[in-house]
Design a protein around this ligand. Structure first.
Ligand SMILES: Nc1nc2c(ncn2[C@@H]2O[C@H](COP(=O)(O)OP(=O)(O)OP(=O)(O)O)[C@@H](O)[C@H]2O)c(=O)[nH]1
Length: 335
């Protein structure tokens, strides 16, 4: 991306901002970057992706915008790095091939020398000739050893590059995981919803569950016990997870469950099953001080309606959860 003059930039922003307003796009740095580039029309692939996402989802979710930003707008640096990486790999391959060739040549040289020695050993001035042969023999062996260690160093570098690649992949995947429970986090949940919703036929349900009075539990037994309770509940929810579902931990004591193909009735029944099961669980903190006789949670349950957006579905389930809390907690609400 070449820098635009201030006048060009101003003109582009004058086109981008009304578009963003019209599409109800939040004024974040990522969004400004994407829409500036969109009206600039110098990256057709970006425009194509923006258009198809809007066609499919009716909007450009912030996490997609963030990814497009990294892919297209900071891509020059990324492309630079990747070109370097490719060059480095190419270099390693070339040198490694050459080393192999060199080793073969030296082995051939060694055998030629053996033959020569055989011939020369019958020649005159034996002593003199022997000295030369010995010298050449020694040098060749040394060269062979050096080539061998060079080759070893190269394979080590290669192994390091592979390790680095694996680490980078892991970092990418971890961005969607909650470090405490290893379940999906909010971003992972949204990503999953955005990929499931276009194919769902009004039978995708979302349950949002929240531990009741976690603040008080933290206060009474200590935050550590509260966190242990979150982990305990996460394990229980995982053990009760249905086959066609996704489990995530949102913030604090909140969890979300997507039932990929479930009517509202089924989703409410499942939420109640989970809630009653949790009610039967007693929780004792590791120190033994915190004992909760009955784990209490509230649920908000919503099933997708028509062309509803993922954000709207999350907001609806969250609103119903608020209703469950307002109605006295330890219950399920679906409106
Ligand atoms: N122990 C622990 N507490 C957390 C964690 N993350 C957030 N919290 C706390 O959990 C509490 C959640 O409070 P709220 O959800 O607002 O309210 P609540 O006390 O659970 O009450 P209701 O949700 O209304 O039943 C806050 O005090 C947060 O600081 C965590 O990882 N561990």
């Amino acid at each position: 991306m070449h820098p635009d003059s201030p006048r060009q930039a101003h003109a582009l922003l004058q086109q981008a901002v009304p578009l963003m307003r019209k599409m109800d796009i939040a004024p974040t740095p990522y969004n400004y970057g994407i829409w500036y580039e969109y009206v600039r029309q110098s990256t057709p692939k970006l425009n194509q992706l923006v258009d198809s996402t809007i066609g499919r989802l009716g909007s450009l979710p912030s996490f997609i915008s963030k990814e497009l930003f990294h892919q297209f707008l900071v891509s020059e640096e990324a492309r630079f790095n990747s070109q370097h990486k490719e060059k480095l790999e190419e270099f390693i391959n070339t040198v490694s091939n050459e080393t192999h060739n060199m080793t073969e040549n030296l082995v051939a040289l060694q055998s030629a020398m053996d033959k020569s020695r055989h011939v020369l050993s019958r020649a005159d001035r034996q002593k003199h000739l022997d000295k030369v042969i010995h010298y050449l023999d020694h040098s060749t062996k040394k060269a062979l050893e050096e080539v061998e260690s060079f080759s070893q160093a190269l394979s080590q570098v290669n192994a390091e590059v592979l390790k680095l690649k694996a680490e980078l992949n892991e970092i990418k995947n971890n961005a969607d995981l909650d470090p405490l429970t290893q379940l999906l986090n909010q971003r992972g949940l949204e990503r999953q919803l955005y990929s499931l919703i276009p194919d769902s036929e009004d039978d995708l349900s979302l349950l949002i569950m929240d531990i009741d009075h976690l603040k008080e539990i933290n206060h009474e037994f200590g935050r550590r016990a509260g966190t242990a309770l979150i982990c305990h509940i996460s394990r229980i929810l995982s053990s009760k997870k249905l086959a066609n579902s996704t489990l995530a931990r949102l913030e604090g004591g909140s969890f979300a469950i997507i039932l990929h193909e479930a009517t509202l009735d089924f989703a409410i029944k499942y939420a109640e099953e989970l809630r009653l099961h949790l009610n039967k669980q007693r929780f004792k903190s590791r120190s033994g001080q915190g004992i909760i006789e009955q784990i209490k949670v509230s649920f908000g349950v919503a099933t997708i309606i028509g062309q509803e957006s993922p954000n709207n579905l999350i907001a609806r389930a969250g609103g119903y959860l608020d209703n469950a809390k307002r109605q006295g907690r330890n219950r399920t609400a679906s409106r």
